[in-house]
Write a protein that binds this ligand. Structure first.
Ligand code: BJW
Length: 261
């Protein structure tokens, strides 16, 4: 932990990429874990544009249930520590695949959301996105108040492009960071799964935090086996012990040969 604290404090830019495992300790199910969504639901029936076209009622019922469940959950220590690092480490950036909004509720302000936001809806006809936090939804499927068209959750389904600006920013950050933490993701869904390898190819230290092995594990420089809340708390304690007042040192003058682009 001391060694990791040192790496994070010396880095000019630290990036954290999070997945469903970060919200698991809040009680939000993951996708592929023992109680994960894809154990009881078929992804093709719920998380594709074709599924939505076929049966918007079914898809919206699933999202309505998830919204209800998430609304009753609270951010956990992992969310809160990452929100704290945004304030303490000037070069810290958070990229998430999660759509639950718990990072934002914990206080993270600059979240790069790769897979959208379950609290937003989109009108396909007008291409307008709107915030909607109604739980439970009064009408399923919801319709656009302006044009009457079906609204869809503003999330990224399989086979759909990720929001271009968010993906571009995430890739740039991965390519230019000094350390990249990969927390609570099975690291199998692309293009998010490619970010750690982008970082590694450019010389960054890659740190995986996950109770289980993933396809990334063999490539990671540090593999910390355990729950995100516990491991991040330990790293956070080491950071505070190392640099109690500011938790930030002057960046090292030269970090390898790699430089920002
Ligand atoms: C803990 C813990 C604790 C538990 N602490 N940890 C290249 C190669 C192969 C395939 C592809 C490829 N490029 C694209 C594809 C296809 C596809 C893909 O990747 N498929 C793979 C499954 C093979 N990708 C896509 O389709 C993407 N689109 C795309 O690439 O478009 C290209 C395009 C370009 C231009 C035009 C058109 C198209 C889109 C992917 C969208 C993913 N969507 C979902 C649903 C989001 C909405 C919603 O939530 O409803 O995103 S699927 C689901 O998976 C969700 C997640 O964000 C994502 C990742 O899951 P995550 O977060 O990793 O969760 P789990 O459950 O998998 O893992 C949890 C982990 O936590 C586990 O490891 C546990 O051990 C751990 N854990 N407790 C720490 N306490």
């Amino acid at each position: 932990m001391k060694e990791l604290a040192e790496i994070l404090l010396k880095a000019e830019s630290v990036v954290a990429v999070t997945g469903a495992g970060v919200s698991a300790e809040s009680g939000v199910p993951t996708f592929r874990g023992p109680d994960g969504y894809w154990r009881s639901h078929r992804a093709e029936e719920l998380a594709t544009a074709e599924a939505f076209q076929r049966n918007p009622q079914l898809v919206w019922e699933w999202y309505n249930e998830r919204r209800l469940a998430i609304a009753a959950k609270e951010p956990n220590p992992a969310h809160r520590i990452l929100a704290g690092w945004e304030k303490r480490l000037p070069g810290f950036h958070l990229i998430t695949q999660n759509v639950d909004g718990l990072h934002q509720r914990a206080g993270s302000r600059n979240v790069i959301a790769l897979h959208g936001d379950i609290w937003e809806m989109r009108c396909g006809t007008e291409n307008v996105t709107m915030r909607n936090e109604e739980t439970p939804l009064r009408v399923i499927p919801p319709r656009c108040q302006r044009c009457g068209a079906l609204l869809r959750p503003n999330v990224v389904w399989f086979g759909e492009a990720l929001p271009q600006a968010a993906l571009h920013r995430a890739e740039k950050l991965a390519e230019t960071c000094d350390a990249l933490l990969v927390i609570g993701t099975s690291a199998i869904v692309y293009p998010a799964a490619a970010l750690p390898m982008l970082a590694k190819r450019r010389g960054a230290v890659v740190i995986e935090i996950n109770p289980d092995e993933t396809p990334l594990s063999a490539q990671a420089d540090y593999r910390l086996r355990g729950k995100a809340g516990e491991i991040l708390s330990a790293i956070d304690r080491a950071i505070h012990a190392r640099s109690p007042r500011c938790a930030r040192q002057e960046p090292a003058k030269v970090v390898g040969q790699r430089r920002k682009t």
